[in-house]
Write a protein that binds this ligand. Sequence first.
Ligand code: SF4
Ligand code: SF4
Ligand code: SF4
Length: 442
Amino acid sequence: MKPEIFFLAYDDSYILYAPLRKFIAVVNRDTRDAVIKRLHNQPLHEIEQSVVTVLEKRGVFDEGFAYPKVDETFAPTRVTLFPSDRCNLRCRYCYASAEDGGHKLPMPAARAAIDLIARNAKEKGFKQFSMGFHGNGEPFTAFDVVQECCEYMSETAEREGLKYTISAATNGVMPEDRLDYMVAWITDVNVSSDILPDVQNRQRPLAGGRGSFEQVDHTLKRLDKAGVQYGIRATITSESVYRLREMAAFVKENYPKCKLLHMEPVFEVGRALANRQSAPEPRVFVREFLKAQEELAGTSIRLVYSGERSNTYCQCFCSVCSNGYTVTAEGNVTSCYEVCTFQDVRAGRFIYGRFNAETARFDFDRTVMDGLLTLQVKNIPFCRDCFCKWHCGGDCAAKLLGNRTPDEHAGSDRCVINRALTYRQVLQKAGVDVSKIEPVFI
Ligand code: SF4
Ligand code: SF4
Ligand code: SF4
């Protein structure tokens, strides 16, 4: 396999970046030319050869390395459960257009899912397995299901001699008894919130139309005080993008123990389309994101965006291509949080199983699972020459590909953001002080 070496313009030099060798260096034009000659087996003069020899010794040209691997055998040790497709909010950009729903996760399906991951954990010799709550609705609207699942998880762990973690993604709007339960049982909570009172009230109203800020603020303060590990996920639109620094300052002041502040441009799907909620211009997002990062400097709150992850090496942006195991309120098994019902035109690509009430087991569709395995960045021609391919993994397959083949991947505005922010991380790793550097759009 040929080594992958990228040259990224930096000042009047270059960053030599060999991601799979984990090698980064600032080099001049002559070095770049020597490396290119070496890669094309062209003759080198003496000085070029000496530079190339140094790099050879560092393994930069080694061909015996492996691509990041995905587990091709289906054996998940984590399950995500969607207790309900009902929601008590009416977010203007909801990808699932969630409203009153009508489905509640049947407990036999939840128990079978937990049994399956416990069995896999035992077979793999793992000490731990994990469960998460998420949904195309608010998980805590089906509180009885949440409780039963947590209790079954705990019983199963005890029976099998395993440790466990339980995470939850929630909108944070719930009565006090549910909040008490969340504080007691959930190890890692991710609260979706647009943070600032006016933005939260406008973008994420309650089902009756009133604002939801006060309730979410109460939940966040409660988590903060209780010492629960939690993060906040804010959805950013073209309207709210100029307020990212303000959002960061608000979090710093009001929720100081927040571990992770996640800012993500809205995806123009579901209710976002109906309400004309548009994603921010990518360059504006990057600039405002960096201001928010500056605001949080020196705190323990980590600001993240999903496509900025130079420490991750992967074939796929998420677990969609392998071992993504989500059981929906309808009893479907999907690899993608977003494609969870057969009404979705992409169902045939992402929904790969269904709970069988008669056998109390899941029936899996091997053909769909094999199709999911093809969604790896190594199969995406569009990403071939992108320096952040092994970090980004071709980005969100549900939105960028849907039912199309990897050959048809054509990137998106998010590539601009992914590259600009990853480039800065690479510069930092090369020892460059990026605090005074304007963003570079590659
Ligand atoms: S809280 Fe989540 S599921 Fe509910 S309306 Fe908002 S985005 Fe949709
Ligand atoms: S494919 Fe996209 S929408 Fe689906 S789980 Fe992965 S990141 Fe989320
Ligand atoms: S081209 Fe876009 S989607 Fe592909 S790896 Fe690069 S940033 Fe990601």
